[in-house]
Design a protein around this ligand. Structure first.
Ligand SMILES: [Zn+2]
Length: 89
């Protein structure tokens, strides 16, 4: 799990209880900060984002991924796809 604060990776560190339920807590092995893995609020569906990230990482160009998403009815810029890959890839 990627750390949102640095380039490090987090390891599982127990659960945090909130009034919304349990959340997995992670501890970054590099900067030592804790973070959770809440899916950020955004206007795209998670499965579309992960589909785009997978396509991009398997060698498709951002414009090809963009066209693929458009065929699923998802309008997105190439820059957004690259941001997803950086964030979730
Ligand atoms: Zn970190």
């Amino acid at each position: 799990m990627k750390c949102p604060h640095c380039t490090g990776r987090g390891v599982k560190r127990g659960l945090r209880r909130t009034n919304l339920g349990k959340k997995q807590l992670y501890l970054c092995t590099k900067c030592g900060r804790k973070f959770t893995t809440d899916w950020p609020k955004m206007r795209f569906h998670r499965s579309d984002v992960m589909h785009a990230v997978r396509l991009y990482k398997s060698g498709s160009s951002s414009s090809k991924v963009k066209r693929q998403l458009e065929s699923r009815g998802v309008k997105v810029s190439r820059w957004t796809i690259i941001k997803w890959v950086r964030r979730f890839g």
